[in-house]
Design a protein around this ligand. Structure first.
Ligand SMILES: [Zn+2]
Length: 343
């Protein structure tokens, strides 16, 4: 799990601006059309719930989304005097109405331009996901997300649009910008499905990630001395350590089957282990003493599997967290081994 970094303020201002225009030019019309057609008790419930928060739903953050979900549940209980159940006919009728207002299908295929935008841009699922500067799936950190132009020059993306709070359970969040998580198809369609992230809390990529939860990758083998690290065999397991037992991180690891999937990256781990040994701290000092390099950072550039780990930037290559953590693990192993051998 890696964080989605919003370091390009101008870009994010533009994304928010386009999505706000889309809300005011399209979703507002869908809502007005709905209000003009419906006067029944379910429509009244929708109106009472949506009216105070309509504009906020466009750019709301995680804590706001939490508040709206709780408010929806409480209103339903007090209005219909019963708990929410997915097969309840009143709930189904309300969701049906909300789907007409927050119509994700229409947004996905929208070919109309934003009339109040200086560039007269289309704004739909593909253009929005292409604009978000995420190149690697934040849930698994294994798969590239790519944008391209089709035969007609239209912007397309290979990303799935995951709804962090799934749209089947929470249709009023179906078009909220920060409920969209650009992700790979495996994470979205095979593992996430309609799991309710409001009930079972998971790491929310705009706020938290493995780094902030204190989670790290490591290797483990029956060889307790860790000397297997220098044998370059596949006789080890890739572990995901969660020392503070962070429940959100634990749920994310489980839902996206990360421990199981990362076992297929042992070859990548071995590449890192080899490089960590060849370019150990003492080795780097020797390289530096030749006078051929300006400093350690220049030597780092020559390490095949290594690229500078910068948690303040969105990664452009997969497996960044795995590579960094294994590199540090081996570096520590070598340091301890050297200390033992010289004592
Ligand atoms: Zn993924």
């Amino acid at each position: 799990m890696i964080k989605i970094i919003k370091d390009d303020t101008a870009l994010w201002d533009e994304i928010e601006h386009c999505h706000t225009l889309f809300f005011s030019e399209y979703v507002q019309n869908w809502y007005s059309a709905f209000l003009a057609q419906r006067t029944d008790s379910h429509a009244q419930f929708v109106k009472d719930f949506i009216n105070p928060i309509f504009n906020n739903l466009c750019l709301c953050n995680l804590s706001d989304m939490d508040i709206y979900i709780s408010d929806f549940k409480n209103r339903f209980k007090s209005t219909f005097n019963k708990n929410l159940h997915k097969d309840d006919t009143d709930l189904k009728a309300i969701k049906e109405y909300l789907n007409q207002i927050y119509d994700y299908g229409k947004f996905s295929k929208n070919e109309n331009i934003l009339s109040n935008h200086s560039k007269k841009e289309h704004w739909n699922r593909h253009t929005l996901l292409s604009a978000i500067p995420v190149k690697i799936c934040p849930y698994c950190n294994r798969t590239h997300i790519s944008s391209y132009a089709d035969e007609e020059g239209k912007q397309k993306t290979t990303a799935d649009c995951d709804h962090f709070f799934n749209k089947a359970t929470y249709p009023f969040l179906a078009l909220s910008l920060y409920n969209f998580i650009p992700s790979c198809g495996v994470c979205n369609e095979r593992f996430k499905l309609a799991i309710d992230f409001h009930k079972a809390r998971h790491l929310y990529p705009y706020d938290r990630c493995f780094d902030s939860a204190g989670v790290s990758f490591a290797t483990r083998s029956t060889d307790s001395s860790l000397s297997y690290l220098t044998k370059f065999t596949h006789d080890f397991e890739i572990m995901i350590l969660n020392p503070s037992d962070d429940s959100e991180a634990g749920n994310s690891i489980k839902t996206f089957r990360l421990k199981e999937l990362y076992q297929s990256h042992k070859c990548d781990a071995i590449d890192v282990i080899e490089d960590s040994i060849i370019y150990s701290k003492s080795q780097k000092k020797e390289f530096q003493s030749t006078g051929l390099f300006s400093g350690e950072s220049e030597i780092e550039r020559y390490i095949p599997s290594r690229y500078v780990y910068d948690s303040t930037k969105n990664p452009s290559r997969p497996l960044r967290k795995l590579i960094n953590d294994i590199f540090l693990e081996v570096e520590e192993y070598i340091m301890i081994s050297n200390a033992v051998s010289t004592s």
